[in-house]
Design a protein around this ligand. Structure first.
Ligand code: C2E
Ligand code: CA
Ligand code: CA
Length: 772
């Protein structure tokens, strides 16, 4: 909140306030030493005027956000000075008349001062709430009436002063109470800090104290005018010092306090103030003192009127709050769309009662899942994730059109309700369009990010007739859609069977590893310059008894989610090192590359696992390469850097897989202990036909050279690409065009063939079974 305060001039401003106080205090004391009379009164006024001037100067110097409150206070004090100067000559001729016009000026000054404090207290950005002002007025009326009655009542034969005089008499303590209430409000409306607010409180305290306490005591204690004068002057000077102090900017800032809730203390104080009126009257009656009926009626009417307004404003506020709560309960706070609750309500409303005899409504419910949301959240941050959701929501809204309803119904899931779409094919066509909304990348915090979408369909009345059923079935369809290549699925009865393919597979995977159903295939990696195979990449497969040979895409992502990945990586590592040792024994020096998953990098035990595995299989660390993607390293950069550093220290070679598909720059990668870049096959496969890909590969090769990294091109599917890469200065290649991933037993023959063929490339072709 102190944003506007320039800290360099704080001491300077503080000094100004201090100097002002010292100087004026000396003047004030000097003036008090003078004999009573016009001269002394004028001196008093002059010192007070200095206080007023200091407020104005302070506002100009400190340039606070809000100046009006301070100027009002200065105005109020100025009125007092003027009234004081005019009052003084009147006292020369003995007791001045009471009440006089000057009392009006004094009171106006008080009200202006109080208004200034109230303005400072109430400077919120949110809509103004009149409650506080009304409360202050009620308190003022209650306390004013009560003190007036007591003053008037305490006078023997009271009432001879006349209505006007009595009212004016009561007005002084009332104004003092109002100012105090305003000050209390300043303190409770927020927690103002700084010396200025303390000085201001001191000033108000001095004024009110002098008025209420000293004026009362003076009669009893025979205090001279010196005490009174000192009290008032103190108020003026403290006020001036407050404005001069730089921390006055803190009190003068607009603040963001939320609309105030109903406060018990505030209401209690108001209730007590209201009760003061009948209590005072009762006391008066009991003591046999006269009760001024007109004053009682007037005060009661005012108080009741104010309380009525206050209650109306409270009702209004409660209404607003309940409307706000209702809106909140129906809104998803990230996207601003409707939430699941509201979506279900809408669906139920548009489906109508299934038993009312009318023809059932035709509606399609599409549940749309944003894929890779967790990954985006983890790599780019929650804000990027929120941006993504908002952007998806916007695309869906545009797609759904005027009649459609879009809601966010789950973490990564949106619901789209399409009224009137009752047939399967019609709904499927819309679902395809919705899935294609994800083709164009999303711009997230300046990055262009591609994510996929999956759509589950359920249609009323065909699939279900009630909202809950329809939603459950769309959800089942969505689960199926996530597993399908086309990413769209319409509800079908067999989806009810419960376990999804993924969850079934995960329960089986552990046993499958023990059963040796999980196997590792190897794909050769070739040095471009020599045509020599220096290593192989280990790629996991599952020989599933029912589903056949499953590629990693079918179970690695799920293993990552369920935590089984730790076991799986360990398994592949073990198999690969066993194989590497066997090849070495047979005289083949092949390095083996194992793919890591993000969980491995976050796992503190992983480095030990790798070290133990190397020891167990008696394989040198240089023969092991570990592949990670750029995004993986960004999930938790600090932790990753630590794990990668430890692996590098171990002597293992680290490489960046799928380079070019993530968001990181080479500059970022440079901070990681990686030695090798594997350019993603999306740039390599199209190399010959697409100049952009060629340019990317060429510049990546050059940059990597400078950084001392070796470059491996993935996805080399033909000899022409192989030759082009060799031309560009790329170090190594891997791809179907050189050799597909095969079982370990097939590797020696494949390598022999490659090394025979590549040096004289144009002469011979790759045998059909090893080619794409
Ligand atoms: P990757 O690390 O990029 O592996 C290369 C993938 O590209 C392999 O697919 C390979 O069969 C395929 N490929 C190789 N040459 C060519 C080519 O010329 N053209 C085409 N179109 N594709 C080619 P695969 O075996 O299906 O593996 C897919 C991904 O699964 C791998 O991508 C890797 O990220 C992951 N993966 C494989 N094995 C493991 C593993 O043991 N652990 C982990 N965590 N992930 C693994
Ligand atoms: Ca790889
Ligand atoms: Ca790759």
């Amino acid at each position: 909140m102190v944003a506007g305060v320039d800290h360099t001039d704080v001491p300077q401003g503080t000094r100004a306030a201090r100097r002002f106080l010292t100087a004026t205090a000396i003047l004030a004391v000097a003036n008090l030493a003078q004999p009573l009379g016009l001269g002394r009164d004028l001196g008093h006024a002059a010192v007070a005027a200095l206080g007023v001037a200091a407020v104005v100067v302070g506002v100009r110097r400190n340039k606070p956000q809000l100046t009006a409150g301070w100027y009002l206070m200065a105005g109020g004090l100025g009125l007092w000075v003027i009234a004081g100067v005019l009052y003084s000559p009147m006292t020369l001729g003995g007791r001045p008349p009471f009440p006089s016009v000057l009392d009006g000026v004094f009171l106006l000054g008080y009200l202006t001062l109080a208004a200034g404090v109230i303005m400072l207290a109430g400077a919120r950005r949110v809509p103004r709430d009149p409650a506080t002002l009304i409360d202050s007025l009620v308190i003022t009326a209650g306390v004013g009436y009560s003190s007036w009655s007591l003053i008037v009542g305490s006078r023997r034969g009271g009432g001879d002063a006349g209505v006007l005089a009595e009212s004016v008499m009561a007005a002084y303590p009332s104004a003092a109470i109002l100012t105090l209430a305003a000050l209390a409000h300043l303190f409770t409306s927020r927690r103002p800090t700084g010396a200025a607010v303390g000085l201001l409180a001191g000033a108000v305290g001095a004024f009110v104290g002098t008025d209420v306490l000293l004026q009362g005591l003076i009669v009893h204690l025979r205090l001279g005018p010196t005490v009174i004068e000192t009290g008032y002057l103190l108020g003026f000077l403290l006020c001036g010092a407050a404005a001069l102090h730089p921390s006055m900017r803190i009190v003068s800032q607009r603040h963001d306090a939320p609309p105030r809730s109903i406060e018990l203390l505030q209401i209690t104080v108001v209730a007590v103030a209201v009760a003061l009126v009948p209590v005072t009257t009762t006391v008066q009656l009991l003591q046999g003192r006269p009760v001024r009926t007109w004053a009682l009626v007037l005060t009661f009417s005012i108080v009741i009127g104010l309380v009525l307004v206050r209650m109306l404003s409270m009702v209004h506020r409660l209404r607003e709050q309940s409307a706000r709560l209702e809106r909140l309960a129906d809104t998803d706070y990230i996207t601003g769309l409707e939430n699941r609750r509201r979506f279900a309500e809408r669906l139920a409303a548009s489906l109508g009662d299934p038993d009312d005899g009318r023809p059932p409504a035709a509606e399609a419910v599409l549940l749309v899942a944003v894929e890779r949301l967790t990954e985006i959240n983890e790599t780019l941050g929650i804000r990027a994730g929120d941006e993504l959701l908002t952007a998806v929501g916007e695309r869906l809204l545009a797609e759904a059109g005027a009649g459609g309803i879009v809601a966010r119904v789950g973490g990564d899931t949106f619901g789209v309700l399409l009224p009137g779409v009752g047939s399967g094919p019609q709904a499927a066509a819309r679902a395809d369009q919705i899935r294609d909304l994800f083709v164009e990348p999303f711009a997230l915090s300046g990055l262009s990010v591609s994510v996929g979408g999956a759509v589950g369909i359920a249609v009323a009345p065909g699939d279900a007739r009630t909202a809950p059923e329809l939603l459950i079935r769309a959800d089942l369809a969505l689960v199926a859609a996530r597993e399908r290549r086309e990413r769209v699925a319409h509800y079908a009865e067999q989806m009810e069977s419960g376990a999804t393919l993924t969850s079934q597979l995960m329960t089986e995977l552990r046993a499958a590893m023990e059963d040796n159903q999980v196997v590792v295939h190897y794909q050769p990696q070739v040095e471009l310059l020599t045509g020599r195979v220096y290593g192989v990449e280990a790629l996991v497969r599952w020989l599933h008894p029912e589903h056949g040979l499953l590629g990693p895409a079918a179970f690695v992502p799920a293993a990552e989610h369920t935590g089984l990945i730790r076991l799986l990586t360990q398994y592949v590592l073990d198999r690969s090192l066993t194989q590497s040792a066997l090849w070495r024994a047979a005289g083949r020096d092949l390095s083996v590359s194992v793919n890591l998953s993000v969980r491995n990098l976050l796992d503190p035990g992983f480095v030990t696992d790798v070290r133990r595995a190397l020891e167990r299989h008696k394989v040198g660390p240089a023969s092991l390469e570990l592949e990670l993607t750029e995004t993986m390293a960004m999930v938790d950069p600090d932790r990753s850097v630590e794990v990668l550093g430890a692996l590098d220290d171990l002597g293992v070679l680290l490489s960046v897989d799928d380079y070019g598909t993530g968001y990181s720059s080479l500059a970022y990668l440079q901070r990681l202990p990686v030695r090798r870049l594997k350019i993603d096959r999306s740039f390599v496969t199209g190399l010959l036909g697409d100049p952009a890909s060629a340019a990317i590969v060429r510049s990546t090769v050059e940059l990597a050279r400078h950084l001392g990294l070796t470059i491996v091109a993935e996805g080399v599917e033909d000899d022409e690409t192989y030759l082009a890469l060799r031309d560009m200065g790329c170090d190594a290649a891997q791809g179907f065009g050189l050799g597909r991933p095969v079982a370990a037993e097939a590797i020696p023959a494949m390598i022999d063939h490659i090394e025979l063929r590549l040096p004289g490339l144009d002469l011979r072709r790759v045998p059909a079974q090893w080619r794409a």
